[in-house]
Design a protein around this ligand. Structure first.
Ligand SMILES: [Zn+2]
Length: 628
C-alpha cells in the first residue's frame, strides 16, 4: 500500500534540452508532475520497478585535508525499457553523469527532508549502465572524520561510514533501499600510512601505494555499504575470523574476541552455513554511535565492549547473527525493521546460550524485558510500539527503538514456546534458506510462518495472537516470562541492601555485568546518597571499566545527585559517542534542574566528536539548534 510518501517523490519527465551544451544540469524548484509508482519503500526515490540497480563499480579518493570523498560510481542496472533511471543522493556534488563516454542529461531534484535529492538521469531504453562523477560535502551524514587526537593512537586521522538507515546516499549515489540489492567492486585511494577496509574482501596489511581494491560478490542493500580508513592492524582469531584495530588496541581487542570462531561455529550449527566466507570485526574509535554495525564480512564495533573479561561479547554474537537475519534475509522497508532486529536478538541469545550457557541467555532475556517495559512507557504505548511501523514521511532512524529489538524477540520467543524449540529451529533453517539474498516485508514473513509452521500446530494461531503482537500497540498479555535464578538472588541482595545496608561483597564481586545492571536497576528508585557512597567505596563503581555498569551507575548518580560520580560522567560523555549510552545520560541530566545547564555546556563542547546519528537524536533532547 502506498500512502503519503508518493507525494514526496517528485519526478519530472520533462527534459530541458539545452542546445550546444553537452552537459545539462537543472535544479528543479517546483514540485513536479507525476509520482513514480515503485517504491513500496517510502524512503527511496528509486524507480526500481523500471530500472533496478545490480552492480556498483566505485573508484574513490579519500581526502582527509578537505574531509571529502571524490570519485566516480559506475552503476549497472536492469532496464525494463525505461528512459530514466532515478538514484538517491543527499548533499552530493554531482559533477557529471555519463553513458559510456557521452554526457547525458540529468536533474537533481529539490531536497526533501530526510530523503535528500532524487537524481534523475536520462537514458535510452536499452541503457544498462551510467557513470556518476561526484564528491561528498561537508554535511555528508554517513561520514565521520576524526582528527588524530580523537583516535587511540593519536597519530593518524580516521574515517568511518555509517550507512544505515538511509545515509549511504550521502557518500555514494545509489538506489538506497533495503529492498534493492547489488554487488560491488571498489578501488579506494587513501594516505599512504593508512589501511582501508570495506564490507567486502579485505586486505590484512597496509600497501605502500595507498590504493586498495575490494570486491563484494554477494548482493547487499546499500545500508550495508561501508568503508573505514585508519591506522589499523590485523590479527587472526581463527581460520575464518579476525580483528582489525588501531595498534594500541589490537592485542586487548583480539584477546577479548578470542571466542569468535567458536561463536561462528555455534551459529552455523543453529541456522546453517555462514554465507559470507570471512567474519572479521574492526574496532572503531569511541565516537562510533552504535554498539556494532553488521556490515557484511566486517562488523564495525565500539571499543566500549572491551571490558577485559569478555563480559560484553554478546554484542559480537548479535552482529554475527545479522549475517543471517538482516544481511541474508533483509527487511524490505524500514517499517519492517523488527524482521532484522527481533530475529537477531533471538538468534544472539541462542548463540550466547550455546557458547556461555543458559544462565547467561536468561539474564540477557530479562534485561531485554526491562528495556522493553521502559521503552513502552517512553513511547507512551503509542503507534511506535507496534512491530510493524509506519515511518512514512519520517526519518527511519526513529524506528530504532527497543520495540523492533526486544518486542520482536519476545514475539519470536513466544512462537518458540508455543511450537517447541526443535520445530522452531527447523522452521528457521528453512526460512533463512528460502529467503536468502532476498528482502521481505512483515506480511510475507507472516504468510510463510502460517503456512510452514503454525498450520501444523493445533491452536498455535490463537495461542500466539499474531495480529495483536504485530499490528497493535503495547505488549500482549501472553508475553513469555523468563525466569533467572541468578537474578532472583540479585533481587534479594538488592532488597537486603536497600533495607539493611548490607551487601555480601564476596558474592557481588563475582557478579557478571548483567547482575550488576540488574542490581542497579532494582535499587534505582529508592537508593540513598549514603548507600551510593557505600557501594562506590566497596566496588569503585565510579571507576568501572565495564561500560554497561558505568552507564547504569551514572544514570543513578544523575537521578540522586550523587556528585562524586560527576567527574566520571563528564569523562564518559567526552570519550564515548555510543548513542545508546550518551542519549539517555544527556536526557537524564536535562531532566534534573541542577544539571540541565551543565548538560548543554558539555554537549556543546563534545558535539563535534559525536557522529551525526547521535547528534541528530541528542539535538532534539537538548533543544540544540545545529550551527549548520
Ligand atoms: Zn542489530
Amino acid at each position: 500500500m502506498r500512502t503519503s510518501i508518493n507525494a514526496l517523490v517528485f519526478v519530472t519527465f520533462i527534459l530541458l534540452a539545452q542546445c550546444g551544451s553537452k552537459e545539462n544540469k537543472t535544479k528543479v524548484d517546483t514540485p513536479v508532475k507525476k509520482a513514480v509508482e515503485f517504491p513500496r519503500d517510502p524512503h527511496t526515490f528509486a524507480n526500481a520497478d523500471k530500472a533496478i540497480m545490480k552492480h556498483l563499480n566505485l573508484d574513490i579518493d579519500v581526502d582527509f585535508d578537505e574531509k571529502k570523498i571524490y570519485g566516480t560510481a559506475k552503476i549497472r542496472f536492469e532496464n525494463k525499457g525505461t528512459d530514466i533511471v532515478i538514484l538517491d543522493t543527499k548533499d552530493l556534488n554531482i559533477k557529471s553523469v555519463k553513458i559510456g563516454d557521452r554526457s547525458t542529461q540529468y536533474t537533481l531534484h529539490e531536497e526533501i527532508p530526510h530523503l535528500g535529492s532524487a537524481l534523475e538521469v536520462s537514458i535510452d531504453t536499452f541503457t544498462t549502465s551510467i557513470t556518476v562523477e561526484y564528491s561528498t560535502s561537508a554535511n555528508a551524514e554517513a561520514l565521520q572524520w576524526l582528527s588524530p587526537a580523537q583516535t587511540s593512537g593519536k597519530r593518524a586521522p580516521f574515517l568511518f561510514t555509517q550507512s544505515q538507515a538511509i545515509l549511504a546516499r550521502t557518500w555514494v549515489p545509489c538506489q538506497d533501499s533495503p529492498g534493492i540489492r547489488f554487488t560491488y567492486e571498489a578501488e579506494v585511494s587513501v594516505p599512504k600510512n593508512l589501511l582501508a577496509l570495506m564490507s567486502a574482501s579485505n586486505p590484512t596489511e597496509k600497501k605502500d601505494s595507498g590504493t586498495y581494491s575490494f570486491k563484494m560478490e554477494q548482493p547487499i542493500p546499500a545500508y550495508l555499504f561501508a568503508l573505514v580508513v585508519g591506522d589499523l592492524d590485523y590479527r587472526a582469531t581463527g581460520e575464518r575470523t579476525g580483528v582489525y584495530a588501531e595498534p594500541s588496541v589490537l592485542s586487548k581487542a583480539s584477546k577479548e574476541l578470542e571466542d569468535m570462531e567458536t561463536m561462528l561455529n555455534a551459529a552455523e550449527k543453529l541456522y546453517g552455513t555462514y554465507q559470507w566466507e570471512r567474519y572479521d570485526v574492526v574496532f572503531l574509535p569511541p565516537s562510533f554511535p552504535f554498539g556494532g554495525m553488521e556490515n557484511p564480512r566486517l562488523t564495525f564495533a565500539t571499543p566500549t565492549i572491551l571490558a577485559g573479561d569478555k563480559s560484553l561479547v554478546s554484542l559480537v554474537a548479535h552482529e554475527l547473527a545479522h549475517s543471517w537475519s538482516g544481511n541474508l534475509v533483509t527487511n524490505a522497508t524500514w517499517n519492517d525493521f523488527w524482521l532484522n532486529e527481533g530475529f537477531t536478538v533471538y538468534f544472539e541469545y541462542r548463540i550466547m546460550e550455546e557458547v556461555y550457557g543458559k544462565d547467561v541467555a536468561q539474564m540477557l532475556g530479562l534485561i531485554s524485558y526491562s528495556d522493553l517495559l521502559k521503552e513502552l512507557e517512553d513511547l507512551d504505548y503509542g503507534d511506535d510500539t507496534k512491530l510493524k511501523l509506519n515511518l512514512n514521511g519520517r526519518n527511519p532512524d526513529e524506528g530504532v527503538t527497543a520495540i523492533a529489538y526486544e518486542k520482536g524477540y519476545f514475539f519470536l520467543k513466544l512462537i518458540e514456546q508455543t511450537v517447541g524449540r526443535d520445530n522452531f529451529d527447523i522452521f528457521l533453517n528453512k526460512y533463512f534458506n528460502e529467503f536468502a539474498y532476498k528482502s521481505i516485508d512483515t506480511e510475507t514473513f507472516l504468510a510463510y510462518l502460517n503456512k510452514n509452521l503454525l498450520a501444523n500446530h493445533n491452536k498455535a494461531d490463537s495461542l500466539i495472537n499474531i495480529d495483536k503482537w504485530v499490528y497493535n500497540n503495547g505488549l500482549p498479555d501472553n508475553c513469555p516470562k523468563i525466569a533467572s535464578s541468578r537474578f532472583e538472588a540479585v533481587k534479594s541482595a538488592a532488597d537486603g541492601f536497600l533495607n539493611n545496608n548490607v551487601l555480601n561483597g564476596s558474592k557481588a564481586r563475582e557478579w557478571m555485568y548483567q547482575e550488576w545492571v540488574y542490581f542497579l536497576r532494582e535499587t534505582s528508585d529508592s537508593i540513598s546518597y549514603q548507600q551510593m557512597a557505600m557501594l562506590d567505596k566497596d566496588f569503585r563503581l565510579s571507576y568501572q571499566d565495564n561500560a554497561e555498569i558505568a552507564f547504569e551507575w551514572l544514570l543513578l548518580a544523575i537521578k540522586h545527585d550523587y556528585t562524586p560520580a560527576y567527574n566520571r560522567l563528564e569523562r564518559f560523555l567526552s570519550t564515548v559517542g555510543r548513542r545508546k549510552f550518551i542519549a539517555p545520560l544527556y536526557e537524564a541530566m536535562a531532566n534534573n534542574p541542577k544539571l540541565a545547564q551543565r548538560a548543554k555546556n558539555l554537549y556543546e563542547r563534545n558535539r563535534s566528536s559525536y557522529h551525526y546519528v547521535a547528534t541528530n537524536t541528542i539535538d532534539k533532547i537538548l533543544d540544540f539548534s545545529s550551527p549548520n
